[in-house]
Design a binder for this molecule. Structure first.
Ligand code: UDP
Length: 405
C-alpha cells in the first residue's frame, strides 16, 4: 500500500504540507469520483493512483463508473469528437438516450457524498439528481473550439454544477460556475513510472521482439485519429531517409472508445509491413510494458492534433526523455519549446526535430533532465491532490479569496 509519506523527498515539500493541512479539515468526508471507464485513457489512469492516496490521508474517497450500452458510447464518442472541434452531428434521440442512461445510473449509484466530482461529458447529466452537496465537473478534453451544437447541449448541465475544472486556461468557457484550472498529473511511484532495472526493460523489448540495434522512436496512445498515428509514421519515414531508426506505436483500447479498432486497422495498412515499424496492441493494465517502452525509447512523440493534456508527455519527461509534441491542448504547458522538448505543428516539423535530436545526444540529455524537473515541480499527483482538496475546501468555505488553514 502506498502512503503520502512515501512521496517525501520526491514531491515538492510545500505540496505535502498543504495536503496535510487540508486533510485535517476534511477528515472522514466522502469524496466521490465518477467517470465512464475503469481502464484505458488518462482519467482512469489518474483515478487508480489517486483514490488510494486520498484514503491514506483520511478522506473517504470512492470511485464509481457509469455503465452504458453501445449506442451510448457511440454517442459519447461523438460528443468527445465534436467538443474537440470535429463536425460529428448528434441527433436529438441520442441526447435523450444519453439522459436516460445517466438517470438509470443515478438510480443505481449512491450519490450521497460531501463532494461529487464528475469526469467528462459521459456522466455529466447525473447533476440532475444533485442534492445540497458540492458538485464539480471536471473536463479532461480539449474544448478550446467546441462545435456550438454540442456545447449548447452540454452547457445547461455544466451550469448546474458549483464548479468546473479545466486543465488549461484556453479550455475554460464563459460559464456561470466557478472555474478552476487543475492540470492532470502522474504518480512517480506507480508501476508505470517507477524506476526499472535494465533487465526489466530488456525483457519487455524481447517480449515484443524489438531489437536494440537502432534508435527507437515511440508514441504510446489509444488508436485515435486525434493522436495522429499516421502523421507519426509519415514523420518517421522522412527521418528514415537520413537516420536509421525504429518506430514503435503502442496503444490499447478504452472501453468507452468504440473507434479504436478501425483506427488500428488504418494504421496497420499505412505501416505496410515495414519491419522497423512495430505496432503493439497493449492489453489493459500494461503499466510495466508502457514504463519499459518509454525507458527504452530514445525519442518520444505525442504528435496529437487535439489533446486534453497528454499524460504520455508527462510520463516521458519524468523518464528524462526528449519529447516532440503537437502544439495543442495541454502539451504546451508541459513542453517548454526548446527547453524541455519541442512543439511541432506539422509532420515536417516533427521529422526535423527528430533528426536534430538524433544528431545531438547532449541535447537529448539536457532537455531530458530539465523535463523531469519541470514535471517534479508541476505535474506530480501530490500537486493534483492539493488542488482538488483546495477547490473542495474553497467551495465549502464560502468561496473567500483568503482561506486560513
Ligand atoms: N496508456 C496505457 N496503455 C495504452 C495507451 C495509453 O496505459 O495502451 C496510458 C498512457 O500511459 C497514459 C494514458 O493511458 O497514462 C493516456 O493519457 P493521455 O492523457 O496521454 O491520453 P488520453 O487517452 O486520456 O486521451
Amino acid at each position: 500500500m502506498i502512503a503520502l509519506s512515501d512521496y517525501a523527498g520526491i514531491a515538492p515539500k510545500g505540496d505535502l504540507l498543504l495536503i496535510h493541512k487540508l486533510a485535517e479539515k476534511l477528515q472522514g468526508r466522502k469524496f466521490l469520483h465518477i467517470n465512464s471507464t475503469k481502464s484505458g485513457g488518462g482519467v482512469a489512469e489518474i483515478l487508480q493512483q489517486m483514490i488510494p492516496l486520498l484514503v491514506d490521508i483520511g478522506i473517504n474517497a470512492v470511485w464509481d463508473v457509469i455503465e452504458g450500452d453501445s449506442d451510448f458510447f457511440n454517442m459519447t464518442k461523438k460528443v468527445h469528437n465534436s467538443m474537440q472541434g470535429m463536425r460529428d452531428p448528434i441527433t436529438e434521440a441520442a441526447w435523450e438516450h444519453h439522459y436516460e442512461i445517466n438517470m438509470a445510473n443515478a438510480d443505481k449509484l449512491d450519490l450521497d457524498a460531501d463532494c461529487v466530482l464528475i469526469h467528462d461529458p459521459q456522466p455529466v447529466a447525473l447533476i440532475e439528481r444533485r442534492t445540497d452537496n458540492c458538485w464539480m465537473w471536471r473536463c479532461h478534453i480539449d474544448i478550446s473550439r467546441p462545435q456550438p451544437d454540442t456545447w449548447n447541449k452540454l452547457r445547461p448541465y455544466v451550469e448546474k454544477y458549483d464548479m468546473a475544472v479545466f486543465s488549461v486556461s484556453k479550455f475554460a468557457q464563459s460559464i456561470q460556475p466557478d472555474k478552476f484550472l487543475i492540470p492532470p498529473s502522474i504518480d512517480p511511484l506507480s508501476e508505470k513510472n517507477r524506476n526499472l532495472e535494465q533487465e526489466e526493460i530488456d525483457e519487455v523489448l524481447e517480449n515484443y521482439k524489438i531489437p536494440k540495434d537502432k534508435p527507437i522512436l515511440l508514441q504510446i496512445s489509444r488508436f485515435d485519429r486525434f493522436k495522429d498515428p499516421i502523421g507519426v509514421i509519415q514523420a518517421y519515414r522522412l527521418v528514415k531517409k537520413y537516420n536509421d531508426c525504429r518506430l514503435i506505436l503502442a496503444g490499447g483500447a478504452a472501453t468507452d472508445d468504440p473507434e479504436g479498432e478501425m483506427v488500428l486497422q488504418e494504421v496497420m495498412e499505412y505501416a505496410a509491413n515495414d519491419p522497423d515499424i512495430h505496432i503493439l496492441l497493449l492489453p489493459p493494465f500494461s503499466d510495466k510494458a508502457v514504463n519499459a517502452l518509454q525507458r527504452a525509447a530514445d525519442i518520444i512523440f505525442q504528435k496529437s492534433l487535439k489533446e486534453g493534456f497528454g499524460l504520455t508527455v508527462t510520463e516521458a519527461m519524468w523518464k528524462e526523455k526528449p519529447v516532440i509534441g503537437g502544439n495543442v491542448g495541454g502539451i504546451p504547458i508541459q513542453i517548454v519549446h526548446g527547453a524541455t522538448g519541442f512543439l511541432v505543428n506539422s509532420v515536417e516539423g516533427a521529422a526535423f526535430r527528430t533528426k536534430q535530436f538524433l544528431n545531438n545526444p547532449a541535447m537529448i540529455k539536457r532537455m531530458g533532465e530539465r523535463g523531469r524537473e519541470h514535471v517534479r515541480m508541476n505535474f506530480l499527483i501530490t500537486r493534483q491532490i492539493r488542488d482538488y482538496l483546495s477547490a473542495w475546501f474553497f467551495l465549502e468555505n464560502g468561496r473567500r479569496n483568503t482561506i486560513e488553514l
